[in-house]
Ligand binder design. Structure first.
Ligand code: BG6
Length: 369
C-alpha cells in the first residue's frame, strides 16, 4: 500500500501534483471562471461578508496564514487567522457577516471543532476546508470545500497541506469573483497560473536529490532556522514545524524582517538557515530586503540554504546551498516552495533513524482539546 515507497510520507509527497490537480478539477470552467457551487453559501451573503476569520491547527494553521495574504489582496476583506485552540477563549468579535473558515485535513480535530461551534453560536457562517468526506467538521459547517488529496496516512501533513492552499486560493479568488474587485484581470491570470501549478510541483519533485544530500549532511546539527517574508513567512514556519515533527530538531521559523529585533542573536558559525526568497519580479522591495537579510546572517557565520526562483542570479553569491523553484506569481509560491522543505525534513528524519510516518508523541488526528 506504500506503492513501492519506504514510507507513506514519501508516497504522499510524490502524490502532490495529482492531489493539487484533483483539487482544481471541475472547479474552473472553460471560460476560466471559478464554479464553486458546492460552497452552498448564497452569493448575496458572500457579497456581504465584512470579515473572514480562519481557524485551524498545526499545518492547517500555516495554510490559513498564507490564505490571509490571498484573501486580503484579492478581496480587500479583512482576514484574521487564529490557532483554533486559542480562538474561543479570547471572546472573539464575530457577527452574522463574519465568514469563518475552518481548515482541517481529518475533519476531527477537537480544537478546530470547538472553534467552529463557537463561531456558529455567534451567528457566523462557517465554511470548512477538509480532506475527509463526511467527517465531523464539515458536517457541522454551513458549507464545505473538499480538498481532493486522497487519504493521508503519514502523521506529518504534506499533500493535504498543498491542497489546503489550493482550496484557500479558490475561496479567495471566488470571493473576489463574486464581489468584483479591481484585481479582476489579475484574478483571471492567477486562475490560469493555478491550473498550471501541478506541473510546476512535479518539476520541483524531479530536482530533489541535492536537497536529500544536503539534509543527510546536516544530520548531526542541533538547530535549523527558517526565514521568509510575506507568504514566505508561513512557509518558513511550516518548514520548521516539519523538522520538529520528523527530525526532533530545534527548528524555528521567523519573519526575516524580525531578525534584527532578536533572532539574529542566535546566529553562530555554521548554523544552517533556510531562507525562502520571493520572486525578484513584481514586489521588488520585498526581494531586496530579503537579499540583505541573507547577507546579514551570512556575515555572522550562518550557512545559508537559499530557496530561490529559477533565473534569480542576485542571490547566488550569498547562497552556500541553492535550491531552485519554478517562477510563480508571488501569492502562489508556497505551493512550490514548501515541497523542498518537506523533502528536507523527511530525509533528515531518516538520516537520524527516526520513524518517519509515526513520529514520537504525535497523532494524525487529535480528538481531545
Ligand atoms: C496535528 C497533526 O495534531 O493536527 C498535524 O499531527 C496536523 O499534522 C494538525 O496539522 C491538524 O490536523 P487537521 O486534521 O485538523 O488538519
Amino acid at each position: 500500500e506504500k506503492g513501492g515507497y519506504d514510507y507513506f510520507m514519501l508516497k504522499e509527497i510524490a502524490e502532490q501534483p495529482k492531489a493539487v490537480a484533483d483539487t482544481l478539477l471541475g472547479r474552473i470552467d472553460a471560460a476560466g471562471s471559478l464554479t464553486l457551487d458546492e460552497v452552498r453559501i448564497p452569493v448575496h451573503e458572500l457579497r456581504e461578508v465584512d470579515k473572514v476569520v480562519i481557524v485551524a491547527c498545526g499545518t492547517a494553521f500555516h495554510a490559513g496564514l498564507i490564505a490571509k495574504y490571498a484573501i486580503e489582496h484579492w478581496t480587500r476583506i479583512p482576514c484574521e487567522v487564529e490557532l483554533a485552540s486559542e480562538f474561543r477563549y479570547r471572546d472573539p468579535i464575530l457577527g452574522t457577516r463574519s465568514l469563518v473558515i475552518a481548515i482541517s485535513q481529518s475533519g476531527e480535530t477537537m480544537d478546530t471543532l470547538m472553534a467552529l461551534r463557537h463561531a456558529r453560536e455567534q451567528g457566523s457562517k462557517v465554511l470548512a476546508i477538509c480532506n475527509t468526506n463526511g467527517s465531523t467538521i464539515p458536517r457541522e459547517s454551513d458549507a464545505v470545500l473538499y480538498t481532493h488529496a486522497g487519504p493521508e496516512v503519514a502523521v506529518a501533513s504534506t499533500k493535504a497541506f498543498l491542497t489546503q492552499l489550493v482550496a484557500c486560493y479558490l475561496v479567495a479568488l471566488y470571493l473576489g469573483q463574486v464581489r468584483g474587485t479591481k484585481w479582476g484581470d489579475e484574478i483571471q491570470a492567477v486562475i490560469r497560473d493555478l491550473s498550471q501549478i501541478s506541473g510546476e510541483v512535479e518539476r520541483v519533485l524531479e530536482t530533489m536529490e541535492p536537497v536529500r544530500e544536503l539534509a543527510r549532511s546536516l544530520a548531526d546539527k542541533k538547530t535549523v532556522l527558517f526565514l521568509g517574508r510575506h507568504v514566505g513567512y508561513p512557509v518558513a514556519l511550516e518548514g520548521a514545524l516539519k523538522l520538529k515533527e520528523l527530525a526532533y530538531m530545534h527548528a524555528e521559523g521567523f519573519a526575516a524582517g524580525e531578525l534584527k529585533h532578536g533572532p539574529i542573536a542566535l546566529i553562530e558559525d555554521d548554523l544552517p538557515v533556510v531562507v525562502v526568497v520571493p520572486s525578484p519580479r513584481g514586489r521588488s522591495v520585498l526581494y531586496d530586503k530579503i537579499v540583505s537579510n541573507i547577507q546579514e546572517i551570512r556575515a555572522r557565520g550562518a550557512r545559508t540554504i537559499v530557496i530561490a526562483e529559477e533565473g534569480d542570479e542576485a542571490v547566488v553569491p550569498y547562497a552556500d546551498h541553492l535550491i531552485r523553484i519554478p517562477a510563480t506569481p508571488t501569492l502562489l509560491q508556497p505551493l512550490v516552495a514548501t515541497v523542498p522543505l518537506q523533502v528536507f525534513a523527511c530525509e533528515l528524519a531518516t538520516a537520524r533513524g527516526n520513524e518517519v510516518d509515526q513520529p514520537r508523541n504525535l497523532a494524525k488526528s487529535v480528538t481531545v482539546e
